[in-house]
Design a binder for this molecule. Sequence first.
Ligand SMILES: [Zn+2]
Ligand SMILES: [Zn+2]
Length: 214
Amino acid sequence: MKFDMHVHTSYSERCGWMKPDRLIKHAIEKKLDGLAVTDHDTIDGAMEVFDIVKDQQFELDIIIGEEITTDRGEVLAYFIDREIKPGPFLDVLSEIRQSGGISAIPHPFDRIRKGFLGTEKVLGEVDAIEVLNSRCLFNSKALDLCQDRKKPMLGGSDAHFYQEVGRAWTECFAEPRTCILEGRTRIGGGLSNPGYLALTKGVKVWRKVISGSV
Ligand SMILES: [Zn+2]
Ligand SMILES: [Zn+2]
């Protein structure tokens, strides 16, 4: 089963673009079996995608996720049952655990966007590491680290635009949560066209204009 474990909808306030219903269509077209919707600091988009899939009985597994801002950098949460507020890293991790979720560090060594402060130091605290992010040019260090330390690995597109959906994925051969925790995943895919990163910057400016802060 192929899951794109990192996707943003229009609910990602400053940079999101994709409408939940069209995102679902694109995911099915790309032959994904599932998606983790991981908006910045909200699960509203994930819930909407989940509800549409359920109502219309699409064959797509939706994982409720979130990309949460912490003082060390962003943290991904999966399988959560409530929205988790940004905060200190360890507090956010314990919230994720309490809500029955699992945690991962996205694009840990990204030098263009914000990376993560001290990935090696907190390796024991998080459940997995994103080793392939289609918008990140610094994936190989994360892969080396996980192979070295036998840490569960994830891959996802970090899609903000429809064309990016499914560009990278995590393959699970059984129930995804257990597979991830046990490190039994296979990562596939590649990088997106760097033009999409530039486009995201455009969306951010446009959003600011709309909200009147430019
Ligand atoms: Zn991120
Ligand atoms: Zn992201």
